[in-house]
Design a binder for this molecule. Structure first.
Ligand SMILES: [Zn+2]
Length: 317
């Protein structure tokens, strides 16, 4: 066994995933406290993040970005959610509504742009990354799940936008999160299995991923998906970490697994266009030659591949 293979037995934990960072207390104890919420909304220091179809406004400088907030009085009408309270007492709300007109905002308006979580996640501070991920996840849910699954009536938000209630039958409904597993598969030589989804453009590759099905554990999903997509049988499954991926509503659960004896690949052509084993040297060479493109830093896939590779990854999408 090579030293690289020994090292890979213990991949480092996935610290500071771009969309798994936060700094603001969610202050869940205040979600049903109407007096506290009214006082917070009336406070001049309160900050409101407007989210429209998964997008918000951010101001860019150099290679960092910060979210653009508005005062409560300048926020549009829309579903309001309490995002939390910072250590300095600043309260943050989200509102699902039309984005502010950038020409009316103070500061360098030219640097302010409409952004998505995917685009800006790694550039934000811990505070802003957590606020935007929380707000986008809630906004996506309200936009999609506005009716009662029991009777079909339109439901109403409560708990500061963290739940909805049916006015007809009183049933309560909570944000939907779809668990998905994503797995780095290695073989006995510590090569990594990378695949191109049939829906992706040429050259893009990543590790295997798929939704956890009803009545299935995440580990069972790892075994099933890898077998379905590549015909590889895996064991030695270990958990690495998770990251919300509210595009629109996934929670990515990261794993590694070891291919058992056979490493011959037969892809499920409906889902996977191609899949190959890469050593670290082969990965470096394939990226350098332009043969493959690796996933972007915002993704847990990037970070899992990086933890196997052992140093910052070369070229990504
Ligand atoms: Zn109902």
């Amino acid at each position: 066994m090579t030293s690289a293979a020994c090292a890979s037995e213990e991949l480092p934990p996935l610290a500071r995933l771009a969309l798994a960072r936060s700094e603001v207390d969610r202050a869940a104890q205040h979600r049903n406290d109407e007096a506290w919420l009214a006082a917070a909304w009336a406070s001049p220091g309160t900050q409101v993040l407007v989210v429209e179809r998964g997008h918000a406004l951010a101001a860019f400088s150099a290679d960092t970005a910060r979210l653009v907030f508005v005062a409560p009085a300048a926020a549009p009408d829309g579903i309001r959610f309490l995002l939390g309270e910072a250590a300095d007492g600043t309260v943050f709300f989200g509102v699902n509504g039309p984005l502010p007109d950038t020409s009316t905002l103070s500061g360098a308006a030219a640097q302010i742009r409409r952004i998505s979580l995917r685009e800006v996640g790694p550039l934000l501070s811990d505070r802003d990354a957590g606020l935007l991920t929380h707000a986008v996840a809630l906004a996506n849910w309200h936009e999609t799940f506005g009716h009662c699954p029991r009777c079909g009536a339109p439901t109403q938000p409560f708990a500061s936008g963290h739940a909805r209630r049916c006015p007809v039958d009183g049933s309560e409904h909570f944000p939907r999160v779809d668990p998905a597993m994503i797995v780095l598969v290695t073989d006995a030589d510590d090569r990594c299995l990378l695949a191109r989804n049939a829906m992706w453009p040429a050259r893009r590759v990543s590790i295997l991923a798929g939704f956890v099905e009803a009545g299935e554990s995440a580990e069972q999903a790892v075994i099933r998906e890898v077998a379905e997509e590549t015909s590889i049988t895996v064991s030695q499954i270990s958990y690495l970490g998770s990251q919300p991926w509210p595009m629109p509503q996934s929670l990515m659960l990261g794993f590694r697994a070891r291919a058992e004896a056979g490493t011959d690949i037969t892809v499920d052509a409906d889902e996977i266009a191609e899949a190959h084993w890469f050593s670290r040297d082969e990965l470096r060479a394939a990226v350098a030659s332009g043969e493959i493109l690796l996933p972007p830093p915002v993704s847990i896939a990037h970070r899992i591949i990086e933890s196997w590779y052992g140093s910052p990854l070369p070229g990504s999408w």
